[in-house]
Design a protein around this ligand. Structure first.
Ligand code: CAA
Length: 241
């Protein structure tokens, strides 16, 4: 494949694996990141991606970021809305800041980037958008009303935008990873994580590369007839209908 792929949160965890895989697939990859300059430098040096720092929850920052990506690499063909954070707490202790920040970074970011890129994709008659949702947006999770709401919101967003975009050659899909071996999951209290791993029929955490493979499929030529879909990759932990 040729063309430009923009991966938000693309320098660490699942995002880094997605960036690496899309480079391997032949894309020129722009990896957005929020704060960790060291990880971004390593990503640029080791994968050959171009890294761009901005806050995906901020519309104006996204507008400037997209402009920088397009002038460096060209129009964006593939957008992967991967950036996400957790601020876990049971609702009866959750602060408004914990709610707002997760909705802003995990859900509003998809609006910001899709809104900025969709017109160009429609005009060019081609585009692939992949939104990284979560098993916890499908099944819920104690301590995550904010994250589950944002990730479930991404699924509805995906379906609606898929319908709007299909006739213009733009596909829009969601992937719901289960618990993947990343820093985010490593931050779950060890006793809780032990119980979670015990509930995964495949018997282990997922690997970031396994999610990157799903993105590669949806962004590549074999994904052309798939739109509005939710692809689950969770080791059997939750089998959605
Ligand atoms: N069953 C029922 N209720 C439970 C429970 C359980 N097993 N565990 C906790 N609770 C609830 C109860 O409502 C309890 O309320 P009460 O005060 O009325 O008893 C409340 O939790 C308080 O429990 P604790 O004081 O023991 O818990 P805490 O406040 O210290 O921590 C937590 C709670 C934040 C949810 C913590 O258990 C936690 O971090 N769990 C992990 C959440 C998780 O899986 N996050 C995923 C992060 S990775 C990710 O998100 C990636 C992805 O996409 C998969």
């Amino acid at each position: 494949m040729t063309g430009v792929a923009l991966v938000t949160g693309g320098t660490r965890g699942i995002g880094r694996a997605i960036s690496a895989r899309l480079v391997k697939d032949g894309f020129r990859v722009a990896a957005n990141y929020a704060g960790n300059d060291e990880a971004a430098a390593a990503c640029a040096a080791e994968l050959g991606v171009s890294c761009f720092k901005w806050d995906v929850g901020d519309y104006d920052a996204c507008a400037k970021g997209v402009e920088a990506v397009v002038s460096a690499l060209g129009p964006v063909d593939v957008l992967v809305n991967n950036a996400g954070i957790t601020r876990d707490s049971v609702l009866h202790r959750m602060t408004r800041e914990q709610w707002d920040e997760v909705i802003r970074v995990d859900l509003t970011s998809a609006f910001n980037l899709c809104r900025l890129l969709i017109e160009g994709m429609r005009e060019r008659g081609h585009g692939r958008i992949v939104n990284i949702s979560s098993i916890n947006g499908q099944k819920g999770q104690i301590g995550q009303v904010n994250y589950a709401a944002a990730k479930a919101g991404l699924i509805g967003f995906t379906k609606a935008l898929a319908l709007e975009s299909a006739r213009r050659g733009v596909t829009v899909n969601a992937i719901c990873p289960g618990y993947i071996d990343t820093d985010m999951v490593a931050a779950v209290p060890p006793k809780v994580l032990e119980g979670i791993v015990a509930s995964i029929p495949i018997g282990r955490l997922g690997r970031a590369e396994e999610i990157a493979g799903c993105v590669s499929f949806l962004a590549g030529p074999d994904g052309g007839f798939i739109t509005g879909a939710t692809l689950t990759a969770n080791g059997g932990q939750y089998i959605a209908g």
